[in-house]
Ligand binder design. Sequence first.
Ligand code: UD1
Ligand code: UDP
Length: 352
Amino acid sequence: MKILTVLGARPQFIKAAPLSRVLREDHQELIVHTGQHYDANMSDIFFEELNIPKPDYLLNVGSGSHGKQTGEMLAKIEEIVLDEKPDYLLVYGDTNSTLAGSLVASKLHVPVIHIEAGLRSFNKKMPEEINRIMTDHVSEFLFCPTDTAVQNLKNENITHNVFNIGDVMYDAVLYNKELAAEKSSILSENGLSEKGYHLITIHRAENTDDVGNMKNILEAFSKIEDVKVWPIHPRTKHKLEGYGLSLSDVPNLKVIEPVGYLDMLTLEANAKKIITDSGGVQKEAYFMKVPCVTVREQTEWVETLEEDANILVGTDVKQLLDAVSKEVHPSYKEVFGDGKAAEKIVSLIDNR
Ligand code: UD1
Ligand code: UDP
């Protein structure tokens, strides 16, 4: 069986690591990297650290408007699919690379495998929501990480080949947690102590593309006296520069370049709290049992909201500050599977 995997953004490299490892035991996988993320610390570092097989095709699409970026991907992926004639095309998550891959394959009658299917924020202003809905509706196999995701698909009348197999990101965390603790020196490099800092990540368009939201977020951060470390996403860095907003006035804030996965796991595991608008980081906070504050109005990962393990604050300064200072003692549950999502996916495809 020949599977063509299309990926292009940081979280997709991390999701691909566990699945590619299992898939390649018995199947031929070809990887198409769209080039949506291209900086070494947003792309190459993950392939190296996580031993992800080198992409067979590098499309070098790069950044651009949604139409330009997705359109260029469509044209290039189409040529590859026509040439390679894969049995399946596999995509992860909800980025423009996901949409491009699934759209090309479905038009060429190549069945689509969607990993992380069924997630919904019910906010169609998010580009990711459009990408997910479109991809789910043209997919042949829909691998969901949670029961909520299965139910979301049912609500849209998608029930064929829908499976809750747990979250591949949980597979990745379990596989790499000890390695991270052994190899990463990110804490000492940055003078951080265990549970002595908050970890920040912000990159979502709904925050970064709105100067008012970014001003609120920075105002809240400047009122948090604790040490904070922020590996900054290039999108956010560029946007802040464009708005003329500086981070140098925020006290006790350490802004660093995006870090590799092992360093990120270490930063997460040892944080007092995690403040984020990332999908993946909300889940990792839950896996690591670190309280999370999510700078968004909605989350797709509703399970994490139980017992304030994750608190949604939008961009309201007071809500953000209250959530960061709130003492929480949630009981974490196994709502994201058992860390064997990759094996389950491959076995379900094999027994199709
Ligand atoms: C994309 C996904 C988002 C995902 C995120 C993961 C879409 C619509 N969005 O958002 O769902 O959560 O990836 O990180 O697919 N840039 C660089 N270097 C890079 C990559 C990006 O400088 O290697 C900068 C460029 O200024 C670019 C901006 O970041 O314009 C945004 O990049 P893009 O890939 O379009 O979207 P993300 O915000 O990264
Ligand atoms: N991540 C990383 N280095 C960083 C920031 C994030 O390795 O500097 C990892 C993080 O651990 C998670 C994934 O990237 O596995 C999340 O990606 P991101 O926040 O970019 O996107 P999202 O999950 O919101 O789509």
